[in-house]
Every structure is written in structure tokens, then in C-alpha cells.
Design a protein. Structure first.
Length: 143
């Protein structure tokens, strides 16, 4: 029977550790694993949906409050991650008559296109909102 000395055991341990380390590094740095990490990062981006609003001059404060309440009701729609209805406070005077904005975030374009846009709550808000507007500008971007 062959005896294994301390040096032989140490060499065997080093070889085993080397192969285990190689397998672990290969698993995490394999091109497929790197692609999955890139996909996860891409999925973490949010789709920002901005609606700039120029109301008709004769809108009443009561109607404006009704529209704000309707805007916030959009939060009930699945897929709307964050929502804010605000008045322009910029001192620059470059708003071109747009006085309010409705901003929201979506995790995916599918949430915006297939869930939010055709949703009955959104459709009801559009019917309420549009008659009071002189102009609306919609701008979406990935953040």
C-alpha cells in the first residue's frame, strides 16, 4: 500500500481547490451568465411617462381638483409604479403655457401599453380630462 505524505496531501488539496475555484469562476463569468446579468440590469430600468398639460383658460378650481383626483385614481391600475400630478413651478418662463404635469413610472412597456392605456380607469380619466385641455404633450423615456 502506498503512503501519502503531508506534501502529497497538500498537493491534492491545492488541485481540488483549483478545480473548484475554476468551476465557480466559470459559472459566474460564463457568457450566458453575463448576458443574464445584463438582462437583469436592463429590466431594472423604469419607463417614465410624462404628460404635460395646457388647460383651457376658463377651467375652474373645482374642475382642476376633479382632474387631480381623477389623475391620482390612475394609481389603482396594475403596472403604475409611481404617479404624481403637479403644477409647474419653474421660474424660467419656458413652459409654453403648459401649467401641469402628470408623471408616472412603469416597470415595462407592456405595463404601459397593454395594461394602463386600455384600462377602464384610464379611459374614464381621458374622457374627464380632455375637454378641459387646450393642449397635451406626452413624452416617454427609459430611466
Amino acid at each position: 500500500m502506498t503512503k501519502f505524505g503531508v506534501t502529497d496531501r497538500f498537493a491534492l488539496l491545492m488541485v481540488v481547490l483549483f478545480y473548484i475555484t475554476t468551476v465557480i469562476i466559470g459559472f459566474f463569468y460564463h457568457p450566458r451568465a453575463l448576458k443574464n446579468q445584463t438582462d437583469i440590469q436592463a429590466e431594472s430600468k423604469m419607463l417614465n411617462h410624462i404628460v404635460l398639460i395646457k388647460f383651457k383658460p376658463d377651467i375652474t378650481p373645482a374642475n382642476l381638483q376633479l382632474i387631480a383626483d381623477g389623475g391620482y385614481s390612475l394609481q389603482q391600475i396594475n403596472g403604475v409604479v409611481d404617479l404624481n400630478f403637479t403644477e409647474n413651478v419653474s421660474p424660467e418662463g419656458l413652459n409654453q403655457g403648459y401649467t401641469h404635469s402628470l408623471t408616472m413610472k412603469f416597470a415595462t412597456a407592456l405595463d404601459r401599453d397593454s395594461i394602463y392605456l386600455p384600462h377602464p380607469i384610464h379611459q374614464k380619466f381621458v374622457k374627464l380630462f380632455v375637454p378641459f385641455t387646450a393642449s397635451v404633450l406626452v413624452y416617454d423615456y427609459w430611466d
